[in-house]
Design a protein around this ligand. Sequence first.
Ligand SMILES: C[S@@+](CC[C@H](N)C(=O)[O-])C[C@H]1O[C@@H](n2cnc3c(N)ncnc32)[C@H](O)[C@@H]1O
Length: 278
Amino acid sequence: MPDLQIPADGLSHTALYTAWVRHVEASQPHPLFTDPLASHLVAELAGHPALDAFIAQMGITSSGFPSYHVVRTRFFDDRITAALDSGVRQVVTLAAGIDGRTTRLPCPPGTRWFELDLPGMTEFKTAVVASSGLTPACERIGVAADLAANWTKPLREAGFAFDQPTAWLVEGVLMYLTPAQGDALLAEVTALSAPGSHLLLEHLQVSMLDEQGARVREGLGKHGVVFTAARDDIGDWLGAAGWEASVHEGVDPAIGHGRSVAPVPAAWLAAATRAAGE
Ligand SMILES: C[S@@+](CC[C@H](N)C(=O)[O-])C[C@H]1O[C@@H](n2cnc3c(N)ncnc32)[C@H](O)[C@@H]1O
């Protein structure tokens, strides 16, 4: 991809790092998933100094991330697939990064999948998908927007349908928004969710803002990446907004598919539904 510029900010590098983790998992003998888009990206960026530096840093200060990211990825894969199986045909990923699900999960005909991220990442992602030669199984619609500002307007302008149930995916981003921005995001997602919608969401545990997360925060901080939020009341938070949630710790063996997960990052994985008639 000679003309492609990696977005320069550290938050974008977290997305590239996540793709690298998925590629590494996909290369194992018995992977929990494969990810051709991630593998394409890693091949194209081989030896890129910014990505290499970020991966090296994470290996020193955040060595538990890959085991958790792999289980997290499969957790959301399974629940998105279940939502599609239940008849949902509209998916919205908030802060999509280089997530390759549109090119690797089997979407039923008629599925529309909105992938929202900051403008630089959205442009980069669209170019990565085009250069990969992979054909999304759904209609993939990139949406350039800032989750800290008015992101629902660009989503609506991109064709989001209010009256259809939606599967929302909020993975790897709430910890980079302020608590108030997280509250606003949940309120906006809820307001846009027709009955039968699903909300799949990840958040950090509060301990990651204390001593338990100090080393991780120090490493990420060298790349300008800062955790700004965490919470331990995910079930109540979602419940108060009208969602019925099942919440797991990242280390919960019940979701690990036989994998053990490192205790850091300490995080929550939630799958919630919006009851018909709400
Ligand atoms: C850790 S990556 C996660 C990417 C993806 N969800 C995944 O799991 O592969 C974080 C992503 O959040 C995006 N992001 C951070 N702040 C954002 C904001 N205010 N609005 C939209 N996207 C944001 C970054 O651009 C980056 O792509």
